[in-house]
Design a protein around this ligand. Sequence first.
Ligand code: ADE
Ligand code: ZN
Length: 340
Amino acid sequence: MTDMRRFIERMPKAELHVHVEGTLEPEMKFDLARRNDIALPYRSAEEMRAAYDFDDLPSFLKMYYEGMGVLQAEQDFYDLTTAYLTKAHSQNVVYAEMFFDPQAHTTRGIDYDTVIRGIRRAQVDAQDRLGIRTQLIMCFLRDMSADSAMATLEQSLPYRDWLVGVGLDSDEKGNPPIKFKAVFDRARAEGYGLTMHCDVDQENSTRHIWQTLEDIGVDRIDHGVNSLEDEALCDEIVQRGLALTVCPISNKCITGSLKAVEIRRMLEKGMRATVNSDDPAYFLGYVQENLVATQKEADLSRDQVVRLAANAFEASWLPAEEQRGLLSRLESYVASEAGA
Ligand code: ADE
Ligand code: ZN
């Protein structure tokens, strides 16, 4: 193992961009399909993985939505979340903010309550058992209507204390941030943190990123790599201190490039880039593999790797005192490794 890989592996890390449904590994799909008496169009987990051959966002999303059909009961959501948190813990992720897509389940007849209760129970148990701290972010599907998103926001209110924020995901083409302005205004009034996907190399990418700033007033941007095409946009992101949750292996699967050099440029410009896994079961890499691939391709220094990790703790939606605690864990780790 190289020194850098070992350094990254042992470093305390946070993950701010992971879709819990995107952590559904083929082996678990087969287990859940058996448990729920569902037929799958593949003979084995290997055959399923071999079919993960995406070349754009819609081709990935098709597989992602088909895959989650095996999630039916509260226990399924519990098992899914527990498996992700166990894996994340094994990579020294000490804090994770996870997305979930309630509309992808309620539209298939699964109750909102079933989904969120299973995820929540896994979060509480993982904190007790492993000490991993987590929070949950509800995403709206942007290729559904704003009315549907608003109804979903209302469904979330009885569970307000279990959610830290809202996001926006799914197919960006023809679904700009502004479509959801009223929903995000209402979410802000409810005290939710606000983030939105600005997926990589989409039609009107920079226009959409401007909208998240000027029309929505997001607290964070998911992906957002195309901001680098517009100097004024980068300046505005720096000035607002907004973090970007970049997902290199996801980028590679969807656009053909990790965008690792772009991550280095963001750091050099003082933009608060972070490295995340997005949908690790589909893109075949968790946060460790994402950091290692980025460091290697962009030839990042140890300080830059630590900056990526610190950015994630600083950009988290944790109370300031908890953020400080995690940052000092990172600092102690770096001090213990100095000269190593
Ligand atoms: N849903 C799950 N992963 C996503 C991604 N990378 N972009 C948009 N929607 C998603
Ligand atoms: Zn995502």
